[in-house]
Design a protein around this ligand. Structure first.
Ligand code: PRX
Length: 653
């Protein structure tokens, strides 16, 4: 648990460098006037309605917000279609032949899709889905590499009112299976494979393993991404179909389904504090309004921009800021399939130079890796096209912020550190680049129309200081539920301080000027390299192994990844914790969840610190993993074990 009162955090607040927007940036910015905050605060509903009105609706809404805490309906009675807003309306105007997607594959292959290309392909694939029996409300699982077909498939689902559930290609077969089964997906769209660091990620092979236990899946569509080697995938007669074959026969006209503003757009699974990921539900009108407005204002999005958010579409950042937000703005979206260090450590900088990228949105983990690789790599490239930099996914340390500003942004580009979550759907705390004086390490202020507070455990508002971050007013892109679990939705997010207050699970501190400094999760959720992983998920994966009696998992600080995973494991009687066994358990976690969840450290211990009633005290394990003095052990059944365990940990890691 991150503690907002730690020394580390006080250090952060000693950060006093400030970066006001340059005159040159401000002069051309979409928002130049602070007054937008006051205007939105006066009437948040009118503020949001102004952005919703910039979208295309087939039926206007009759009420902006119906708020029955914790249930919100935005733009009540309104009808619209997300694919129409992301594609059709641009095709009807001067953006028709503008690049919607510029894509580069890891091996160096490239494709450009104009808005008109995208219109045709989305419509065709929408017809393909229909031909496979997909109708409004059906769930479609997407397990794909970062290729244009993923965007196409998402928008095709949206076009016919099907609900997409994208599963990140780095998740294991078992994770894919569980996600498919939780929402009973009817169709799975996957690929023969994708590229990562020169290796082929055999997606279809993994999907085949998942498909052994997914009775709801009627059809599988396989995108042919790869070279000859990849095409050797198993194709099950009657169930599996090649994407390109189905597309050949499909019409490029598909009437969009008019969707109610509150109809479901997608489900995205994310980790929580239990062993089972939650299917976060987003609906159509509010989500599109939130992602549209934030993309426009936070990234100061203009028609001339080449905008690159490096996130995988499998995460919410990709949903909101690779697909829906930028395409709703008619932007040109850069997409790159592979790793930043392939074939060399300047791949990002070479892409920026080659395509003239103007806006870069990436994660602190990547920035810290770039820092370690050194400034020679970016220096080899002309990065002068860049005009704005963004950061997302984890707290950014001031050193990384300043490095990014200096060596990537050439001390010319504002840096927007954006705080938000899968649940919030869109950016919540962020600078506005033409207005905000930024401070490295602070995400600055709530976006106009968003209301955030710091509270203590009792729920009292703290005007300045550290505590728990809460959102105190509903917002259009907020989650509408957890798929199939309404009770967990209310309990998890809204039950701490009364039904109108959303509990973020993050700790933060508010300074005297109203800037928020995010510290990280205060619950049992880890953030490893910007990927959200539940400690309980990893624990369940470990105890699933027949040799494991008990496991406790905690996060520890990591210089590049922000956090890494440390596991304390008790093996069953008679099993010896060898190095080989340790590797076996790491592989087991990779098989159950995905390689991103592999613990860096595993410590075999005969005992875990427990209270007299048998509850594992993870807090004490965290102290050990973080290298701190061990806290209060008086409630432990056997306090003497802690010193031994600490010594062992220090010896073995
Ligand atoms: O702890 C916060 C951290 O990421 C969590 C949300 O993770 P996820 O739902 O996967 O969404 C990630 C992309 C939005 C938050 O609870 N987080 C995200 N952005 C920041 C951040 N922590 C600090 N600063 C940020 N800018």
């Amino acid at each position: 648990m991150a503690d907002p009162t730690t020394a580390e955090f006080s250090d952060l607040l000693r950060e006093d460098r400030t970066f006001p927007p340059s005159e040159a940036f401000r002069a051309q910015a979409l928002v130049r006037d602070e007054a937008i905050y006051a205007e939105a605060a006066r009437d948040p509903e009118a503020f949001w309605a102004r952005f919703a009105a910039e979208l295309e609706w087939s039926t206007p809404w009759t009420q902006v917000l119906d708020w029955q805490p914790p249930h919100a309906k935005w733009f009540v009675g309104g009808k619209l279609n997300a694919s129409v807003n992301c594609v059709d309306r641009h095709v009807r105007g001067p953006r028709r032949n503008k690049a919607a997607i510029i894509w580069e594959g890891e091996p160096g292959d490239r494709r450009t899709l104009t808005y008109h290309d995208l219109y045709r392909e989305v419509s065709q694939f929408a017809n393909v889905l229909k031909s496979l029996g997909v109708t409004k409300g059906d769930r479609v699982a997407l397990y794909l590499p970062l290729i244009p077909e993923l965007t196409i498939a998402m928008l095709a689902c949206a076009r016919i009112g099907a609900v997409h559930s994208v599963v990140f290609g780095g998740f294991s077969a078992e994770s894919l299976r569980d996600r498919i089964n939780d929402s009973l997906c009817k169709v799975l769209v996957t690929a023969d494979g994708g590229y990562r660091r020169g290796q082929i990620v055999p997606l279809k092979q993994m999907a085949d393993e998942a498909l052994e236990g997914t009775p709801s899946i009627e059809s599988v569509v396989i995108v042919q991404r790869g070279e000859q080697a990849m095409k050797m995938v198993h194709v099950k007669e009657g169930r599996d179909h090649w994407y390109h074959r189905l597309m050949q026969d499909a019409s490029a006209r598909c009437e969009p389904e008019p969707m109610d503003a509150e109809d479901m757009l997608y489900i995205l699974y994310t980790s929580g504090t239990t062993g089972k990921p939650k299917g976060i539900v987003h609906t159509t009108g509010g989500y599109l309004t939130g992602t549209y407005a934030t993309t426009k204002l936070v990234f100061d999005m203009k028609d001339e921009d080449v905008y690159w958010c490096t996130a995988d579409i499998g995460w919410v950042t990709g949903h909101s800021y690779v697909v829906y937000g930028p395409l709703a703005n008619g932007a040109t979206v850069m997409m790159y399939e592979g790793a930043p260090d392939w074939p060399q450590k300047d791949r990002f900088w070479s892409i920026i130079e080659k395509y003239g990228v103007t806006i870069l949105y990436t994660a602190p983990t990547a920035i810290r890796a770039f820092m370690r690789w050194g400034t020679d790599w970016p220096a080899k490239h002309d990065l002068s096209s860049l005009r704005l930099l963004g950061s997302v996914g984890e707290p950014i340390n001031p050193e990384a912020w300043v490095w990014y500003y200096k060596f990537i942004g050439g001390e010319r580009c504002p840096v927007v550190d954006t705080w938000w979550q899968t649940e919030t759907g869109a950016i919540m705390i962020t600078p506005l680049p033409g207005v905000t004086t930024t401070r490295p390490g602070s995400a600055s202020r709530p976006f106009p129309g968003i209301s955030a507070e710091i509270r203590n455990e009792k729920g009292e508002t703290i005007p300045a200081g550290g505590g728990l971050l809460a959102l105190t007013r509903p917002w259009p892109s907020m989650l509408r539920g957890i798929y199939g679990d309404p009770e967990r939705y209310a309990r998890q997010y809204w039950n701490k301080w009364g039904l109108g207050v959303y509990v973020t699970g993050d700790g933060a501190k508010l300074d005297a000027e109203g800037n928020f400094w995010l510290l990280g999760r205060v619950d049992d959720v880890l953030n490893v390299a910007g990927h959200r992983i539940g400690t309980m998920e990893v624990e369940s994966a470990l105890v699933d192994h027949p040799s494991v009696a008990e496991a406790a998992v905690v996060g520890k600080p990591h210089a590049i990844k922000g956090q890494s995973i440390a596991a304390f494991v008790t093996l069953k009687e008679g099993i010896f914790g060898t190095k080989a066994h340790l590797e076996l358990l790491r592989e087991h976690v990779a098989k159950k969840i995905g390689a991103i969840a592999k613990p860096d450290d595993i410590i075999f211990t005969a005992d875990l610190p427990k209270t007299r009633s048998g509850k594992i005290m993870r807090r004490l394990l965290r102290d050990i993993a973080e290298g701190k003095a061990v806290g209060d052990t008086t409630t432990l059944a056997d306090p003497s074990m802690m010193a031994k365990l600490k010594a062992q940990y220090e010896n073995e890691t």
